[in-house]
Ligand binder design. Structure first.
Ligand SMILES: [Zn+2]
Length: 247
């Protein structure tokens, strides 16, 4: 299974499976879609890692970045990416599994946002704020007024295919202000949207791709939700701006 096309790797950095409480997509369907669409994935299930571990077992040669989307006690979603599945698993077993709060409607942890981000660094996690300007839960608008969380953050998801173009543009502008690394993902909860936003990298292994993300050497491409169209240019703007700043 290859996620390479024209010698570039494309990775959807935000995908959900049936191991998330709000998704029913099977791992086999995800594996087939990855092959068909030539895209790797970070399986970022809500407060759960079994899907990512099983996907790696099912498709050992596929480009799968170890990851999880953790929700803090005040309902902030946090994307955490790891170099190895062993680190993801150790982090989950020690910190997330014993602190989950699950009801019919709620799936989050009892941990604070800053605590989650802080302990994740002990496992070499790359810590990203997803959909920072989401309208309901999970918005990080307040961080602009109280930036104490930002010292624990490594990157911003500047393109989320399930969010509006306007929200994604705000994310791009904020990322440029912060001069931070950036990622993109579909936030797919149904199979058909898998791959609708992704990063493009010259690297071809999870750890090398994460290195490229940290160095801002990736591009992002994809769509905002439905009719709002393609925002491929936004990634290029981020890249150019950051390149200029590096020079
Ligand atoms: Zn998500």
């Amino acid at each position: 299974m290859s996620s390479k096309n024209n010698d570039l790797s494309r990775v959807d950095m935000h995908v959900h499976s049936k191991y998330s409480h709000d998704c029913s997509t099977s791992l086999e369907d995800i594996g087939e879609a990855m092959k068909r669409k030539h895209v790797g994935v970070a399986l970022t299930d809500h407060n759960e890692v079994q899907g990512s571990l099983n996907l790696k077992k099912l498709y050992p040669k596929a480009l799968i970045i170890p990851a999880i989307e953790v929700t803090s006690v005040n309902s902030k979603d946090l994307l955490l990416y790891f170099d190895k599945h062993s680190e993801l698993s150790a982090f989950y077993e020690r910190h997330i599994k014993p602190n989950k709060k699950l009801t019919r409607r709620i799936n989050k942890t009892t941990l604070s946002t800053n605590y989650i981000l802080d302990i994740a660094s002990d496992y070499n996690a790359f810590r990203v704020l997803p959909h920072p300007f989401m309208r309901i839960k999970g918005s990080f608008r307040k961080i602009k007024k109280d930036p104490s969380t930002l010292k624990f953050v490594d990157g911003i998801e500047v393109l989320n295919a399930s969010k509006s173009k306007k929200d994604n543009q705000k994310s791009v502008e904020w990322c440029k202000e912060l001069n931070m690394p950036f990622t993109a993902g579909s936030d797919s909860h149904i199979l058909s949207t898998l791959g609708n936003a992704r990063i493009i990298s010259k690297a071809n292994t999870p750890s090398l791709i994460m290195d490229e993300i940290k160095k801002k050497q990736v591009e992002v491409e994809g769509e905002s939700d439905g009719f709002l169209g393609n925002v491929r240019g936004i990634g290029a703007i981020v890249r150019n701006k950051l390149t200029k700043r590096r020079i």
